[in-house]
Ligand binder design. Structure first.
Ligand code: SF4
Length: 86
């Protein structure tokens, strides 16, 4: 199961994860116009290769392996996927 960005990203949108991701599956980046209005960043569950590189660089610990998502943030798997129409 892909990695998922959860609630702590809201209002933070640090983007260190974007730079860490080897397959460019985290969006929007600061270079994308959508960045300003996005509530948070999102991981594309189809493109994610489950490498975990994004997890340690997040300053607010917002990223989890799908299977390790805290119960209170379970809905974020769908929120991330929906952003990409998955
Ligand atoms: Fe990108 Fe790896 Fe994080 Fe998936 S787990 S979003 S591939 S850095």
């Amino acid at each position: 199961m892909a990695y998922v960005i959860a609630e702590p990203c809201i209002g933070t949108k640090d983007t260190a994860c974007v730079d860490a991701c080897p397959v460019d599956c985290i969006h929007p980046s600061k270079r994308e116009s959508e960045y300003e209005t996005a509530q948070q960043l999102y991981i594309d569950p189809v493109e994610c290769i489950d490498c975990g590189a994004c997890v340690p660089v997040c300053p607010v610990s917002a990223i989890f392996a799908g299977d390790d998502l805290p119960d209170k943030w379970k809905q974020y798997a769908e929120i991330n996927a929906k952003h990409y129409g998955r």
